[in-house]
Design a protein around this ligand. Structure first.
Ligand SMILES: *Cc1c(COP(=O)(O)O)cnc(C)c1O
Length: 394
């Protein structure tokens, strides 16, 4: 008896979801590396363009390989609909601008990924959108920021780089009462451990560059939500502004999904052990990991996440100590990427967050002693030895 893919467990969705086998009966999903499509007759082209016949017309609009990736990710997320784009930033940009127009107001958590921060603080105001940043951990701050013209709320949880956690369900209630839509950047949590749509969010965005690829190869992004809202808000902007993902990249990400659950769970097991090892080291002033009882929002994290991810932040007290730590690492790479099979560590204040003015960095608690680490898939014994050795020398 045919099963409804929506009833599958996540592991099955990740392997089988969205697959469209061609007449050749291939096992791996095909890469349809084509710009356009041909029609049997002029009348057939007419039907295709009118929408009467639902086939493909141009890869800027949609592509079969890209669609397989979109359907697989939508199944995992429990979303009605997904659209893939060329990068995480294309996803954030489309997700926001598709919901906003001149005269609208947007409220965002103040700890955001650097380029998201730029869109909110520099780009949207050029088009007449007013923006307000709030301390994302304080519900009073969200309430106070709402205005009659607030149309969108943007939050990231856990947030980059200090893993601040926001109560997503509570912020959704506040935003919806004010008539605003909620967009959640769910990259750090991954779709394995947190489902913002279930918590009340309207739109979820991913940088698929991170855990979904997870092997350092391609950029990609995705926007997920209810079909009607997505069609109304994003269909035309996606067609006409061209943030389309290459079908080749979509294929890499489609295959990345097959191992996402295994990779993220293993990385997370290792991260939990390393977070304690780092936290116990005498050179470390403080460690931030959402799964630890000393995380400032550990209760919220426990309530809304089923796992705590592979990112750890820790304070070594000064830029000199943080840099010494990074330079003493042998196995772990110095790199700003995250979610990769290879473990990586970075110094946010001089790399990912250097564009953020110092006073804003201090507002979110990002002092120069902080290091952010993305735990990979190497053996825990080797990682522990590398991290302990570098901490001893820091
Ligand atoms: C990396 C990242 C992005 C941007 O994604 P790209 O694929 O690099 O464009 C957005 N948000 C968060 C939280 C990220 O980590």
């Amino acid at each position: 008896m045919a099963q409804d893919p929506k009833d599958w467990k996540p592991a099955t969705k990740l392997i089988r979801g969205g697959a469209m086998r061609s007449g050749f009966g291939e096992t791996a999903e095909p890469i349809y590396l084509t710009q356009s499509f041909v029609y049997e007759s002029a009348a057939a082209a007419d039907r295709r363009f009118s929408g009467e016949d639902p086939g493909f017309v141009y890869s800027r609009y949609a592509n079969p390989t890209t669609q397989m990736f979109e359907e697989r990710l939508a199944l995992l997320e429990g979303a009605e609909y997904c659209r893939a784009v060329a990068s995480g930033m294309a996803a954030v940009h489309v997700a926001l601008t598709g919901l906003l127009k001149a005269g609208d107001h947007l409220v965002a958590g103040r700890a955001l990924f650097g380029s998201c921060n730029w869109i909110v603080s520099q780009w949207l105001p050029r088009f007449g959108v007013e923006t307000t940043f709030v301390d994302a951990t304080g519900l009073k701050a969200w309430e106070a920021a709402m205005r009659p013209n607030t149309k969108v709320v943007l939050l990231e949880s856990p947030a980059n780089p200090l893993l601040e956690v926001t109560d997503i369900a509570a912020v959704c209630k506040i935003a919806h009462a004010a008539g605003a839509k909620v967009v959640v950047d769910n990259v750090f949590a991954t779709p394995i451990f947190q489902q913002p749509l279930v918590l009340g969010a309207d739109i979820v965005v991913y940088s698929a560059t991170k855990h979904i690829d997870g092997q350092g190869r391609v950029l990609g992004g995705a926007i997920l939500g209810a079909k009607d809202l997505m069609e109304e808000s994003y269909r035309d902007i996606l067609r006409h502004t061209g943030p389309a993902i290459s079908p080749f990249n979509a294929w890499v990400l489609l295959k990345g999904l097959e191992t996402l659950d295994l990779r993220v769970r293993r990385q997370t097991e290792t991260a939990a052990v390393l977070a304690d090892l780092i936290g116990d080291h005498p050179k470390v002033k403080s460690v931030r990991y959402p799964g630890r009882a000393d995380h400032p929002q550990s209760e919220v994290a426990r309530a809304q996440m089923s796992g705590f991810g592979n990112l750890i932040a820790f304070d070594l007290g000064s830029r000199e100590a943080a840099w010494r730590f990074l330079d003493r690492l042998n196995l772990v790479d110095i790199s700003n990427n995250l979610g990769d099979a290879k473990s990586m560590a970075t110094h946010p204040s001089t790399t990912t967050h250097r564009a953020m003015p110092e006073e804003k960095r201090l507002e979110i608690g990002l002092t120069e002693g902080f290091v952010r680490m993305s735990v990979g898939l190497e053996d825990i014994a080797d990682l522990s030895r590398d991290v302990t050795g570098a901490l001893d020398d820091a």
